[in-house]
Design a protein around this ligand. Structure first.
Ligand code: NAD
Length: 349
């Protein structure tokens, strides 16, 4: 069993902990909390040992009556792999601690890319990560775009990529983030950092991204165009995407046709309502003169979770990428289909 410690038990950290708990070859050694927020009680209810990253955190947790199992040092010592899910930029403060213990570490996309020699996606950089000893999982937007580029590149070859990213203003538990009534070029510069990040993973493919932040907490939406080396039919492109277990190609006849209805559809089927897959609207997948275009929705809180689990196995070195991906998919229950006519005949092409 791979012993996994999680530093930071917020939006991403609590989802990583639950996902680790569902793996047949992993166990949670503990999680950290700096404050006695409701998530600390969730960790206690889930029987994840609470660790304090500082003396003030220990005091806050103990004063609230929460049991503290140990310090962050104890947690790193007890863990084979650390997942850092602290807020953007804070992971860098822990880099030295993980290194001093010789414990492989996974950082999240809010950290600067140079925090690790490799940015992680299990389709592209699994073996490289194995050798690197630490990694940074691509951001939620980066992960969603990487899956599409990697999948279509493997089958048809991708010459260049363009995407517009409509970013959610904040997560559902971030009432202080905005905008509340605006559409903000974020960043104004082109390409946005998402494209630069992806070019590190695909050095041969120019990736131009532009990003706008809007007043929603639901999801991100991407419009994507990829110039291909070949000129497949739209049906072939759709099939190729649908065969990727972390992409779901949606039928829209019976819905869902918006982010809100998509999340409602998923909540009807999954306890936390997490959507780990890219949700690609099938009708949007079109090909003109060798350029494939599509529209997809990305659930920012959960799409990086399967990749983080694969990153644990990549760093541990226990299994290869395909085995890890399959194990992660089965244990989390990835893959869903939206309603479609039983009698529908397969698309030609
Ligand atoms: P969050 O604020 O929801 O959770 C962070 C947790 O870390 C909180 O529990 C907080 O109390 C704790 N923390 C704060 N300071 C700490 C410290 N010094 N030591 C230990 N713990 C500390 O943040 P999040 O949204 O889970 O983001 C975590 C990382 O994941 C960031 O790098 C972020 O960019 C990345 N990420 C976030 C999302 C998203 O949509 N939320 C998506 C993909 C990647």
């Amino acid at each position: 069993m791979i012993a996994v410690g999680i530093n930071g038990y917020g939006t991403i950290g609590k989802r990583v902990a639950d996902a680790v708990d569902r793996q047949p070859d992993m166990r949670v050694t503990g999680v950290t909390k700096t404050q006695a927020t409701h998530e600390a009680w969730t960790a206690k209810e889930r029987s994840f040992p609470l660790h304090a990253p500082s003396d003030s955190a220990r005091t806050a947790l103990e004063e609230a009556g929460l049991p503290v199992a140990g310090s962050i040092d104890d947690l790193v010592t007890a863990s084979d792999v650390m997942v850092d899910a602290t807020p953007s930029g804070i992971g860098a403060e822990y880099e030295g601690l993980y290194a001093d213990h010789g414990t492989p570490a996974i950082f999240q996309g809010g950290e600067a890319p140079d925090i690790a020699p490799v940015s992680f996606n299990s389709q592209v950089s699994y073996d490289e990560t194995r050798r690197a000893g630490r990694t940074r999982v691509l951001s939620c937007n980066g992960t969603g775009l990487c899956r599409v580029i990697a999948t279509l590149d493997r089958r048809f070859g991708v010459e260049s990529a363009q995407a517009t990213i409509v970013r959610r203003g904040g997560d559902p538990d971030q009432p202080d983030r905005g905008p509340i009534n605006d559409i903000v070029p974020d960043p104004i510069s082109v390409p946005s950092h998402h494209g630069t990040d992806l070019e590190r993973v695909f050095p041969e493919i120019p990736v131009t991204t532009m990003a706008l932040t809007v007043p929603t907490t639901l999801m991100h939406v991407h419009t994507v165009s990829l110039e291909l080396e070949t000129d497949p039919t739209a049906a072939a492109a759709r099939r190729t995407l649908a065969e990727q277990s972390r992409c779901s190609v949606l039928e829209s006849e019976y819905g869902p046709t918006s982010c809100g209805s998509l999340l409602e559809f998923v909540r009807d089927r999954r306890p936390r309502g997490d959507l780990w897959e890219n949700a690609i609207w099938g009708e949007s997948v079109t090909v003109r003169d060798g350029t494939v275009s599509l529209i997809q929705a990305i659930h920012q809180e959960s799409d990086v979770i399967p990749e983080t689990i694969d990153a644990v196995r990549a760093l541990d070195g226990s299994v290869d990428a395909e085995t890890s991906r399959a194990r992660t998919d089965v244990s989390l229950g990835l893959g869903f289909e939206t309603p479609r006519r039983e009698s529908a005949t397969p698309e030609p092409g």
